[in-house]
Every structure is written in C-alpha cells, then in structure tokens.
Design a protein around this ligand. Structure first.
Ligand code: IPT
Length: 265
C-alpha cells in the first residue's frame, strides 16, 4: 500500500520529526510513503495531483492551511482520505493536531508562577494557523493575569530568525525578564543572542520554547518547552489512514505538556 505525505519545509525540525515517524510506522505496516515537500501553501494542490497520479491510498498534509484551502484539498482528493496536522479546529476536515491553546497557556502560566511580569513574545510567521493560535493563547492567559506583553515580534521558525528577533527584543529600553518563544529553533537563536549580550539565562531572562524536538534537551542551558509528541502523532496518523475508519470524520486534539528544564527560573 502507498500513502502520501505533503509537508512543509523538512529542514525544520518539527516537520522532519513527524515525517520520520510516519515513514517508520508505515514501514512497520508494510506500506510505503511518497513525500512531497512544498515551500508555499499555494503549491499544495500541485503536490496533491502529483501524489494522486502515483495512486496513493491515503494522504497526510502537514502544511499550515486556512480552512478553505484545507477543505479544497479534501474535496479534490476524494475519495482518497486526507488527514491534516496543521489546520484550525473550525476546518471541516479530518484533523490530528496538537492543542495550541493549551500549550500557550502552559507556557504563560509557568512564567507567571515564577513571578515574571515583563514578558516578551516571539511568535512564528503570521501566515501559520498554529503560530496565530499560540500567540493568541499567550495573550489570553497573560491578559487574565493583567500582564501586557512588553514586546511582540514574529520570526519564521528558524534559529536565525530567533537570533535576529532576539537581539531586537533585548535592545529595548527595559529588558524583559522572560520570553515566550513559539518554537525551540527560534529559542535556540534567542539564547545565542542572550549569550552575546552577556545576559544570563535563566538568571536575568527565562526562555520558554515550544515543540520539545529531539535536540532541545541538549541546548545550553537545556530548554524549558512545551512538548508536542511528534512521534506519537506521526504513528497515529498512519494507523488511522491504514484503518477502515476513514469514512467517518475524525478530529483529534492531542494534549501537550510542559517540560521544565533549566532555561527558566
Ligand atoms: C510546527 C512547529 O511547532 C514549528 O516549530 C514549525 O516547525 C512548524 O510546525 C512548521 O510548520 S508543528 C505543526 C504540526 C503545527
């Protein structure tokens, strides 16, 4: 049996870990996976046609898509089932996604419980649904505590953007005492910027990431982050596609957890 995976840039850690889990679970089940990588959501339809031409029996899509884009893909692929990883709960499609709001809430609560009040936010790209959901989750939870973020910046998920925006957030009039970062790669860049400025993590600034990719425990200091169990998600997605239940609408929200390491205090 052959499955298809349409994925965003595999140079990023999170999508590559999902792809790895998909590949190995499919392999265990005797199925093969054709991967098509798209750099822009607009190219999803072309990728879909390419994979359908290869007669895939089921499709996974890990590209941030707005509701209408996802519904269009679902429609074009029918009767081949499509499962989406990065769409909002309002999309009328099969969906296996991490709870962005819960993740954002956990990160914000962690910093509030440590007594931090001057919190800067480094969000992901505005074009990503999950990035927007994390940002609004942070703002909602901080707002409940009457804390207004002292600065907000947007990166592109890469460590390089975290480094650049990190320098920007650290050069304001007052230094934040904590930064919530929308993914671990950007947090890596932020910590590098801190170290260049001689700012101690966590002594002067606490840094909290999002993802818990395989390398995050090896950052210096080891990163406090929100764990998304990518392997688990990849495996469950394959099991579902290979099951006989793909006719019924399946929308599963995966819980996330806070992993407290040494970048926050
Ligand atoms: C999301 C990651 O959290 C982020 O680090 C980045 O890699 C992004 O993917 C790429 O699109 S995880 C996704 C399943 C919401």
């Amino acid at each position: 049996r052959t499955l298809g995976l349409i994925t965003t840039d595999l140079a990023l850690h999170a999508p590559s870990q999902i792809a790895s889990a998909v590949k190995s679970r499919a392999g265990e089940r005797g199925a093969s996976v054709m991967i098509s990588m798209v750099e822009q959501p607009e190219f999803c339809q072309a990728a879909l046609q390419e994979l359908l031409a290869q007669r895939v029996e089921g499709l996974l899509v890990n590209v941030p898509l707005d509701d209408a884009e996802a519904e269009k893909i679902r429609h074009l692929a029918a009767p081949v089932p499509v499962l989406f990883f990065d769409v909002s709960p309002s999309a009328n499609v099969h969906r296996l996604a991490f709870d962005a709001e819960q993740g954002a809430t956990l990160g914000a609560e962690h910093l509030l419980s440590l007594g931090h009040q001057h919190i800067a936010l480094l969000a992901g790209p505005e074009s990503s649904v999950s990035s927007r959901a994390r940002l609004s989750g942070w703002q909602a939870r901080l707002g409940q505590a009457n804390v207004t973020p002292c600065a907000i910046a947007h990166g592109d998920w890469s460590a390089a953007s975290g480094y650049e925006k990190g320098h920007q957030l650290l050069s304001g009039a007052t230094l934040p005492d904590a930064i919530l970062v929308a993914n671990d790669q950007m947090a890596l860049g932020v910590m590098r910027a801190c170290s260049e400025k001689g700012i101690a993590v966590p002594g002067q600034i606490s840094v909290v990431g999002f993802d818990d990719t395989a390398d995050s425990a090896w950052f210096s200091p080891p990163l406090t982050t929100i764990r998304q169990a990518f392997r688990d998600a990849g495996e469950r997605s394959v099991e579902w596609l290979l099951s006989s239940a793909t006719n019924e609408l399946w929308q599963t929200q995966l819980p996330v957890t806070l992993v407290a390491r040494h970048s926050s205090a």
